[in-house]
Design a protein around this ligand. Structure first.
Ligand code: COA
Length: 252
């Protein structure tokens, strides 16, 4: 799997979205690879911290739209659900370096990270309604809590993007740096965390998240059912058909 690179260095595991030619949109196979890596890291005593990153020009264009239109058959639990479960319950520190567009799940997955370092070119968006869909990754719960209801409504109902400065002010990212420095900063912070006592890190994170664990799990399940239903409806099918058509036409 070269679309997701997994690098282990000392106690830090780095997961890199590496499908830049498709704007790091995430396929079923990529969710599966990330879910497997996170699940293994959660129980591996030698691993203390995980960093998620994309490219300096693009974090992620969200779910692969081809997969939305023609979902590959899966026999077990869909990999996207496994990934969301793994990221939302990950017990150790989870960091992200984010540069460029972060669309859909590219933004909502960040709500589950502990420290997010953004390039000054980062642009966050959750255009679910514009695509005939609804929020996922418990973002219908976490976005209003993190951003305040008014700004969450602009982001989720209107689908308006927001930039790194706004994200910093809302408190959902930790710092803004030049794009060329985001990954290195995340690595430095990860190494600082890795040098601290792991039981204290795990306990502190557990206590900070304690009030929301059950709500997040319940909300994700409800969103998942609604999302799956809306995905089959005409508004979403038309939006994704138009995206595929535009890109097919632009090649001719
Ligand atoms: N799924 C599948 N392919 C995608 C994709 C996605 N979510 N996003 C981008 N791509 C592909 C394009 O089809 C194109 O492929 P091609 O070169 O084979 O035609 C390539 O990535 C480049 O995309 P393009 O739109 O030309 O890049 P851009 O720099 O002009 O715009 C984005 C970047 C991220 C703003 C834009 O691609 C975009 O809006 N993508 C869709 C985001 C989305 O709606 N995601 C779903 C959220 S639920």
């Amino acid at each position: 799997m070269t679309d997701v690179l997994i690098d282990r260095s000392d106690a830090v595991l780095t997961i890199t979205l590496n499908r830049v030619e498709k704007k790091n949109s995430i396929t079923v196979a990529m969710y599966a690879a990330m879910a497997d890596a996170l699940s293994a890291a959660a129980t591996d005593d030698a691993l203390r911290v995980v960093v998620l990153q994309g490219h300096e020009s693009i974090f992620s264009a969200g779910n692969d739209i081809g997969d939305f239109l023609n979902p590959p058959a899966v026999t077990a639990e869909p990999p996207v659900y496994r990934f969301l479960h793994a990221i939302s319950t990950f017990p150790k520190p989870l960091l992200a370096a984010v540069c460029g567009p972060a669309v859909g799940i590219g933004t909502t997955l960040l709500f589950h990270c502990d420290l997010v370092y953004a390039g000054d070119n980062a642009a966050f968006s959750m255009p679910f309604v514009n695509l005939g869909l609804c929020p996922e990754a418990a973002s219908s719960y976490l976005a209003p809590r993190l951003m305040g209801y008014g700004r969450a409504a602009e982001a989720l109902l209107l689908g308006e993007p927001f930039l790194a400065e706004a994200a910093l002010e809302m408190g959902f990212i930790s710092r803004i740096v030049p794009p060329s420095e985001a990954a290195a900063l995340a690595q430095r912070q990860a190494r600082k965390l890795a040098a601290k006592p792991l039981p204290s890190l795990i306990e502190t994170k557990r206590l900070m998240k304690k009030g929301q664990v059950a709500i997040v799990a319940e909300r994700m399940a409800e969103e998942g059912a609604s999302f799956a239903r809306l995905l089959r409806e005409p508004a979403a099918q038309q939006a994704f058909g138009a995206f595929m058509h535009k890109h097919a036409v632009s090649k001719t």
